[in-house]
Every structure is written in C-alpha cells, then in structure tokens.
Design a protein around this ligand. Structure first.
Ligand SMILES: Nc1ncnc2c1ncn2[C@@H]1O[C@H](COP(=O)(O)OP(=O)(O)OP(=O)(O)O)[C@@H](O)[C@H]1O
Length: 475
C-alpha cells in the first residue's frame, strides 16, 4: 500500500506519521520503526464504543497484535495502535494485513482442545479460559473444547474424532494428559490408515500438530518445547504456527502396543511415580517430593536384562542377519533405566534428563544406572540440577539406540524372601513403568522403538532455547 496513511498520534509513546508496506513489514517512515509481519498474529479495526455497546462505534484506526520475545524464552502479546479517522484507509490496510496473515500456512485456524481440570492444583480450566482462549479468539482461531471428566476420556474422544476438521490439537494439563493426547492422536492416525493397532512396526505420522499448554506439576514437554512453564508463551507458539517435528517411541509387549510416547523410566523413576499415585490426596508438589524421598530411602535395584540396538547409520543398511548380530545385551541390577527420545527438560534438570539426545535426531538415549550406594546415587541425581555431567560415574552407562528391550528377571533363581526384597514393586507380578509421567504396570518384556519425526509439536528446537536455572528443592 503506497499511500501515506494512519497518521494520528497513537495513545502510546509512538507517533506514526507516515506508514508504508515494504516487503513483509509495516514501516513508519518518520521514526524508522518496523513491525515484521511474521511477528503479527492479529489485526483488528479499532472503534470507540460505549459501555455495553457490541456493534458499530466510531472507527479510530487499526490495532496490530504482535508476538514479542521477552527474556528467558518468554513470549507475550503486544498491541500497536495505528490511528486514522479515514474509514477507507483503515479498511484498505485492514484487508491487506488480513490477507498477509491468512497466507501463513502453518498457523492454525481451527483447533481441538482438551483441558484436564484435575491437573496439578486444578487450575487448568482457569488457565485455559483466562489466558489461552482470549488469545485464540483474538487470532480468529475456532476451538472445540472438551473438558475431560476421567482418565482416558481424551483418548476415547480422539478415537472417534474427525481430525480432518482441525488444523491442530491442543492439550491443557500436565505430562500425563499430554501423553494421553499424543497417544490418542497417533493411535487415531493408525486406525484411519487401516493399521493393526497391536503391532505397528512402521506407524504413519500424526495428521495434525499437537500443542501443549502447561498446567501440570512437572511439565517436561512444555519445558522441552518452550524452555519455560508459561501458558501465554505456549499459546503464542501455537498461534504463530512454530512447528517442530519430534521423534516418538512405541512401547509394546510381545502381544500388544502399550503406548506411543516420548520417554520412559523403569526402576527408581517408575517406583517414585507409583508411590506418588498412591498418595493422590496430597497436594501435587508435596506428593512428588514425598514419593521421591521415600523411594530414595527404600532404594532397591531391579534385576533385568537390557537388550538394545545401537543407532544404525542409515547408508550402511545391513542385511537382516547382521542387524541381529548388532543387538547388545547387559544384565544386572539397575537402580534406574531411562529411555528417552527427547531431552526432557524440566525445572529439576534444566539441561534435560537426557541432554545427549535431540527432539528429532532419530535416536533415543538409553541411560542405565547400575546398583550402587545411596550416597553415590544421590550424587548422580544432584548432578541433574547442575551444569556438571550427570553421567560421569562408573555405575552409569549411556547409549544412543534405536530399539531397546527391557526384560525384568524371571522369578525362580532366588528364594522367596530375597526375591520380594529385590523386586518389591513386582510383588503382584508386574513392574511399574513411568511413561511420560503416566503410570503403567507390565509383567512381561517391554520393547521400545524410536520412530523419527512421527509427530509435529508446536514449539521451538531445544538448541535455540536460553538455558535456565534449576529449582529443585527436594535433594
Ligand atoms: N477429570 C479427570 N479426573 C481425573 N483424572 C483425569 C481427568 N481428566 C484427565 N485425567 C487424567 O489425569 C492424569 C494426570 O493428569 P496430568 O498429567 O495433567 O496432571 P499432573 O499429574 O498434575 O501433572 P504432571 O503429569 O505434569 O505431573 C492423566 O493421566 C489424565 O488421563
């Protein structure tokens, strides 16, 4: 738009004497101020209205809403008022800027939203309606909201959902909720593709991206994608269509698929979650700290066999028999086994529970912590909160893998008393697993495979995030 326009002083400090549109920017010629259109997510006609008046009113200009980068990975919305009393000019600019906004292909126009009202301190509903929904409305995004009523509700809705009707799915809650929604989204994609959902060696990709609004206790996915637990930042990443392809794992027993997910812990991490779940009546932070300390006090190793296939360099492409030969096996007593396809950043581990993997490098980190003294184990745990290498201990082994099988030791070798002592958690014949913060109990071998870039998540690459300080207070 060439004509000078929008030249009345704005209510803020800035004065727009003369505007023009150059390339993809709105430029104020007089002050050489620029708003890059890639940072703009909404434009509205600005009118003077009386209290209670819904329509009409005197046109005052246009307001451009942009996404502003603040400190520590934080994003915020920011309104720039451009005043002009000419209806023609305002409409011309409004239409033109709207056209540009509509041209951004990654930005969603319609979203399916799940809100878990029971997450953390039960504030997810407020977070959504007070902070998120107004921004979606401002960005003209249509939403279809399900407030979940029970565990598994999001999964059953997703199984019946016509995903074609949406540009993305959003989950407001903690890691357990996000994991359920990610699983549902991927499972629905397999059902739609006519796959056998009990055995999926080559799953199809999720058809739409997933957005995570943090409202849980640990919020590992939100930290990993946005570097911060901040609902407005998460919302703006979704609105702006910042998309990251992310690796996903399948967790299966020999007979069925358990779950799609991003990370799992067996041993200490799973026992802690199992204990926390038993104390759901406690406030969430207290429950997690209590479970952590109690599990540490009752520290016990799990005896199991770990088989893993190290990451294959794609161009090598060995024949089937050679791949069989490349499976490695380690047996022993492990305090904890982590299998993680993403770095899993959180406030307790700002560099991540698995800083040696990336969001989409097609591999998983296998971190096996052999049995050791409690003192040594605590030293290892404390390192997560520091800048020191948490794996630099003789009892910690790390591998970059594409498949892992965890086979808990079959009962029989030891007498009953010793056996109960070693595998207290498996007293009912099953072992707890912590899969993305969701508790699962399995008796048999669990097979974990990584599927490169199987889902798009709204967010940024972990490498682009500013690092922050740890805030863990329990060790
Ligand atoms: N209305 C509901 N009542 C009870 N549980 C629910 C409900 N809706 C969803 N759930 C289940 O609650 C579980 C835990 O929720 P979520 O992970 O969001 O919260 P959290 O445990 O406080 O946070 P985090 O996992 O980050 O520590 C999920 O597995 C989800 O399936």
């Amino acid at each position: 738009i060439r004509k000078p326009s929008l030249s009345v002083p704005a209510p803020e400090v800035r004065v727009w004497n003369c505007l023009k549109y150059v390339g993809n920017c709105v430029v104020s010629q007089a002050q050489e101020e620029t708003i890059e259109m890639k940072d703009v997510f909404s434009v509205k006609l600005k009118r003077r209205r009386f209290v209670g008046q819904k329509k009409g009113g005197t046109l005052l200009g246009i307001t451009v809403f942009k996404c502003l980068h603040k400190e520590e990975n934080k994003l915020t919305d920011y309104a720039v008022h451009l005043n002009n009393l000419s209806e023609d000019h305002c409409h011309l600019w409004f239409r033109h800027l709207k056209e540009i906004l509509n041209g951004f292909q990654n930005r969603p126009k319609s979203l399916k939203v799940f809100v878990n009202p029971s997450s953390h301190r039960r504030e997810a509903t407020h977070v959504y309606y007070d902070q998120v929904a107004p921004l979606f409305k401002l960005a003209d995004i249509k939403t279809d909201v399900t407030v979940t009523e029970y565990e598994g509700h999001a999964l059953s809705v997703l199984k019946e959902c016509d995903l074609q009707a949406f540009d993305g799915v959003v989950c407001v809650g903690g890691d357990g909720s996000v994991s359920e929604v990610a699983h549902g989204l991927l499972l629905k994609a397999q059902i739609d593709a006519g796959k056998d959902t009990d055995y999926i060696p080559t799953p199809v990709r999720a058809p739409v991206p997933l957005g995570v609004i943090p409202a849980g206790t640990t919020n590992i996915l939100a930290y990993t994608l946005y570097g911060i637990k901040h609902a407005v930042t998460a919302t703006l990443h979704i609105i702006m269509g910042h998309i990251q392809p992310v690796d996903v794992c399948t967790f299966s027993t020999p007979s069925k698929l358990l779950r799609f997910g991003f990370s799992a812990m067996f041993g200490f991490g799973a026992r802690t979650l199992a204990l926390a779940e038993k104390h759901r009546w406690m406030p969430s932070n207290q429950r997690k700290d209590f479970a952590f300390i109690k599990t540490l006090a009752d520290l016990k190793p799990e005896e199991c066999e770990l088989s893993f296939l190290p990451l294959q360099i794609p161009h090598e492409d060995p024949p089937e028999n050679d791949i069989k030969d490349q499976w490695h096996k380690i047996q022993g007593h492990f305090l904890n086994v982590s299998i993680m396809a993403i770095p899993c950043l959180c406030s307790m581990a700002p560099r991540g529970l698995a800083p040696n993997t990336r969001l989409n490098n097609g591999s998983m980190a296998l971190i096996a912590v052999q049995n050791t003294s409690r003192t040594e184990f605590i030293k290892h745990l404390k390192r997560y909160a520091s800048m020191k290498n948490q794996f630099n201990f003789p009892f910690v082994e790390t591998y970059t893998v594409q498949e892992v099988k965890v086979q808990p030791r079959l009962k029989g070798g030891l007498d009953a008393k010793e056996d109960t002592c070693l595998n207290a958690a498996s007293a009912e014949g099953s072992h707890p697993w912590n899969i993305d913060g969701d508790l699962m109990k399995e008796a048999s071998e669990v097979h974990v495979r990584v599927h490169p870039q199987l889902i798009n998540l709204y967010g940024v690459n972990t490498d682009d995030l500013e690092s922050s300080q740890a805030t863990c207070n329990c060790i």
